[in-house]
Design a protein around this ligand. Sequence first.
Ligand code: CA
Length: 230
Amino acid sequence: MRILVVEDEKRIADFLSRGLESAGYAVDVSHAGSHAIEMVHTTEYDLVILDLGLPDMDGLAVLQKIRNRKVTPPVLILSARDAVDDRVKGLEGGADDYLVKPFAFVELLARVRVLLRRGQPTPERLQVGDLTLDCIRRKVVRSGENIELAPKEFSILEYLMRNRGRPLSRTMIVEHVWDMDYDGLTNIVDVYIRHLRSKIDDKWPQKMIQTVRGIGYMLEAPEKQAERTI
Ligand code: CA
């Protein structure tokens, strides 16, 4: 899940990106409206968090530009303006939600999760073989046993499970789970896959995560793997 934070105030932008990253999201930050519009054009975001007071243009104008595109991510407006009028304008302009500064991070996170879920027709509970992942409660269970995962491990596993039976390259995984800054650091994927394997595969005779030579990784139910080799 990839989120674009559009916020000119560095302190708030840092606070948001750190918080969202530790919750397992990939976060890009833009400090200006024009730059944000460019980024939305070149990168597929699952959500945009948009401040209204930007140095180069009004956030509502940015919202309009984003909304003019055919496929647009949900937008959560963040603003110090708490007048009802502004809130209405934001929502009428196509924003999906509106949060007034100052806000509690937990509230922002709760709203982010709701918006991301809304944009996703995929089920909230993923199941592959005896492995289940609850996207809402962020719980992972294999053969009835609870498995504790770090946020990035959870994100990688969720991505693999949503794409079960389909090989995913290291670059795809990096782009989905980390930020742009991680370009070229695809080795980090191997490290995290090793952690994941130690938690969801090592104890069981049948392995879920497969290495796909020359590409990356794929997750598949052991029964399916057996079918393919026959
Ligand atoms: Ca601002």
